[in-house]
Design a protein around this ligand. Structure first.
Ligand code: PEP
Ligand code: MN
Length: 360
């Protein structure tokens, strides 16, 4: 996207003293459930009530949403609570029905953002709307696909745009349901600081215990809002039960979160510093994960050497690794001295892990 396209930050109009909170169940299940959750959210920081009525399930046979009937339940929730409404749209028909039902915020789901055909169809159906449109990141960690979707909507004269960071699929099992890959969202935020960035800790975490920490990281990175799946009986939700929290828990989370505001020179400095420190913390965590994986492989090598009666230290191999890494490190602006120290320490730890295996 050309950098001269300037996004107006529609969030400013809400004049909230805290980040935007979008909350509500993963799926609208029944009219009673929708109304009950909405009423419980009324006395939290929530501004927008979310509920999916068309649910994109990866595998068939899961609950696929109640469909258009749910729009009536949402309207009633708005009448009774004053909360704005948000739902996912995944094709032209959804858009038309959602616009007719005066839904305030329409979001494009992760499985739709990957498809330029679908995004274009949605953009055409939304052309010129003054509704808020939020684009979730695509399931795969591809920044240009995410930006491409934003561009298609912007080109359809939709100005109230924002993005939702919901994490990325990996084949490898990690702590998260969807890997955050914070750097990707931060890159997008740096390119377009006026494009509101909202965190979806529910779909990143996949487990309710992870939601608080994810929200805090998002706020430390200056995210503009959070979208949290909320249900009065999370364990019995019809979809994404493990990641939903009660409105009461949401309230506590918003009380406990440290929210920084950029008001003067000093707080601006603190806030800039915090953003940088959070980025360092994220990388340090990744470093620990990588080291842990490296040691696991060292142990596998230990098993193999033990089974074949081979010595732990293979000098040629080690010298090769050192040479290659010093060269690579220098390309990456890391001194030879540092690389040698680091690799020796890593190697020493690897040998200890192998020792433990071999002397078992
Ligand atoms: C959702 O928000 O309930 C949803 C289906 O999200 P995603 O598109 O991120 O999977
Ligand atoms: Mn969900």
């Amino acid at each position: 996207m050309e950098n001269n396209k300037v996004f107006r930050n529609w969030l400013d109009n809400f004049q909230l003293p805290h980040p935007l909170v979008i909350a509500g169940p993963c799926s609208a299940e029944t009219e009673e459930q929708v109304l009950k959750v909405a009423h419980q959210l009324k006395d939290t920081d929530t501004t927008v009530f979310r509920a999916g009525i068309w649910k994109p399930r990866t595998r068939p046979g899961n609950f696929e949403g109640v469909g258009a009937i749910g729009l009536k339940w949402l309207q009633r929730a708005k009448e009774e609570t004053g909360l704005l409404l948000a739902t996912e749209v995944a094709n032209r028909n959804h858009v038309e029905l959602a616009l007719e039902a005066a839904i305030d915020v329409l979001w494009i789901g992760a499985r739709s953002t990957v498809s330029p055909f679908i995004v274009q169809e949605i953009a055409d159906a939304l052309r010129g709307t003054d509704k808020i449109v939020l684009v979730k990141n695509p399931v795969n960690p591809d920044l240009s696909l995410w930006l491409g979707a934003v561009e298609r909507l912007y080109d359809a004269n939709i100005e109230k745009l924002g993005v939702i960071h919901r994490g990325f699929s990996t084949y490898e099992k990690t702590t998260y349901r969807n890997n955050p890959e914070w750097q990707l969202a931060v890159d997008l935020q740096q390119k377009f600081p006026d494009l509101p960035l909202i965190l979806d800790p529910s779909h990143i975490g996949g487990k309710r215990d992870l939601i608080f920490d994810l929200c805090q990281t998002g706020l430390d990175l200056n995210y503009d809002g959070i979208m949290v799946e909320t249900h009065f009986d999370p364990d019995n939700a019809w979809s994404d039960a493990a990641q939903q929290i009660t409105p009461e828990r949401l309230k506590q989370i918003t009380v406990d979160l440290k929210i920084r505001q950029e008001t003067n020179e000093e707080t601006k400095f603190q806030s800039d510093l915090q953003v940088l420190r959070t980025k360092i913390d994220i990388l340090d965590n990744q470093l620990m994960d990588m080291l842990n994986k490296r040691m696991q492989i060292a142990e596998e090598i230990g098993e193999l050497k033990k089974a074949n009666n081979v010595a732990i230290l293979q000098t040629d191999r080690w010298n090769n690794v050192l040479q290659k890494m010093v060269r690579l490190g220098e390309e990456k602006n890391l001194s030879k001295e540092f690389i040698l120290k680091l690799l020796k320490a890593v190697h020493q730890e690897s040998i200890q892990h192998q020792h433990r295996i071999i002397s078992k």
